[in-house]
Design a protein around this ligand. Structure first.
Ligand code: PLP
Length: 282
C-alpha cells in the first residue's frame, strides 16, 4: 500500500508523521475524499477547488502548489492500481512545538492514499438507508471540510449502535445534513434541501445532483427543511462521494414513502451515473 506524503510516494508502512503534527494535536487541518471510477478521479477539479476553499477557511497555505499536487495524486492513483475506489487526502499545518498560536512558517503535512470501494447498488436497488435524528452539536463552519469530526463521529456511532445507518442532524426542528452526507426531500415534485454554509457542507455530489436536476427539469428549492416535512416527504435520499445516492427507507421509527426507492431518486441516480460515465470512460 502506497502513500503520498509531502510530494513523495512511498510504502505506507514507511511513512512518518511527527508527534507534534498540529493535525494530531489540534485537528488543525482539512481533508478531501475523491471518488475513483475506472482509475480516474471524478469531479477532480471541484474537489481540489473545495480543498483550496477549506484550506483558506482555516488560513492554511497548502504546502504544495496545485498543479504539483494534482500531478502527484494522479501518479499515486496510477501506482496504487486502484480503479474503483477513493483517494483520501488530508492537509495539516504540520509539525511545530505545541502552541495554539500558528507557527510563523508552518511546515505543512499533506498525506494521501487510495483505497478500493465495493460497487454501489444500481439506481433504485439495494436496501434503503435508515436515518436517526440527532441534535446538531457541530461548530458553525460546516462548509469547511475540517478533519475535526468528533461530533460527526459520535453522532454516527450513536445511530449505528441503535441499528441505523446514518445520523441526520436536526436543530430546533430544522434538518441540515447527515454525519457524512447531504440530505434531500422530494416535496410536491421538487427537491428540497437546506442551503450550504454554517451548518451544511457544500457537497460535490450535491452540486452534480443539481446539474442533473436542471437537465431533467426537476426544480430545486434550497430552503429550511423541517423534520415534520421530511418524515412526510414523498421521497428522501442522501448523497456523498462514496455512496452517490442512497434512498432513505426510515427516519427514526417512521417508514418513508412506499418503503422502496422513489422514482425521482432512481432517475436522479441514473443521471449521476451517466455523468460519471461521461467523465471517466474511454
Ligand atoms: N456532509 C458531510 C458532513 C460530509 O462529511 C460529506 C462527505 O462525504 C458530505 C456532506 C457529502 O459531500 P460530498 O458529496 O462532497 O462527498
Amino acid at each position: 500500500e502506497l502513500v503520498y506524503i509531502n510530494g513523495e510516494i512511498i510504502p505506507m508502512a514507511d511513512a512518518r508523521i511527527g508527534v507534534e503534527d498540529r493535525g494530531y494535536q489540534f485537528a488543525d487541518g482539512v481533508y478531501e475524499v475523491f471518488r475513483l471510477y475506472n482509475g480516474r478521479p471524478f469531479t477532480f477539479k471541484e474537489h481540489l477547488d473545495r480543498l483550496e476553499r477549506s484550506a483558506a477557511g482555516i488560513k492554511l497555505a497548502l504546502p504544495t502548489p496545485r498543479t504539483e499536487l494534482e500531478a502527484g495524486l494522479l501518479k499515486l492513483v496510477d501506482r496504487s492500481g486502484v480503479r474503483e475506489g477513493m483517494i483520501y487526502l488530508q492537509a495539516t499545518r504540520g509539525v511545530a512545538p505545541r502552541n495554539h498560536v500558528f507557527p510563523e512558517s508552518p511546515s505543512g503535512t499533506v498525506v494521501a492514499y487510495c483505497r478500493p470501494l465495493p460497487p454501489i447498488p444500481n439506481p433504485g436497488e439495494g436496501e434503503g438507508a435508515k436515518l436517526m435524528a440527532v441534535p446538531d452539536e457541530r461548530w458553525k463552519r460546516c462548509w469547511i471540510k475540517s478533519i475535526a469530526l468528533l461530533a460527526n463521529v459520535l453522532a454516527k456511532n450513536e445511530a449505528v449502535s441503535q441499528g441505523y445507518d446514518e445520523a441526520v442532524f436536526v436543530e430546533n426542528g430544522v434538518v441540515t445534513e447527515c454525519s457524512a452526507s447531504n440530505v434531500f426531500a422530494i416535496i410536491n415534485g421538487k427537491i428540497v434541501t437546506h442551503p450550504v454554509g454554517s451548518k451544511v457542507l457544500p457537497g460535490i455530489t450535491r452540486e452534480v445532483l443539481f446539474q442533473c436536476a436542471a437537465e431533467l427539469k426537476i426544480e430545486v428549492d434550497e430552503r429550511t427543511l423541517m423534520e415534520s416535512e421530511a418524515v412526510r416527504a414523498q421521497e428522501l435520499f442522501i448523497t456523498s462521494t462514496t455512496r452517490e445516492i442512497s434512498w432513505v427507507a426510515r427516519w427514526n421509527e417512521k417508514y418513508i414513502g412506499q418503503g422502496r426507492c422513489g422514482p425521482l431518486t432512481a432517475k436522479l441516480h441514473r443521471a449521476i451515473q451517466q455523468r460519471v460515465r461521461q467523465e471517466t470512460n474511454g
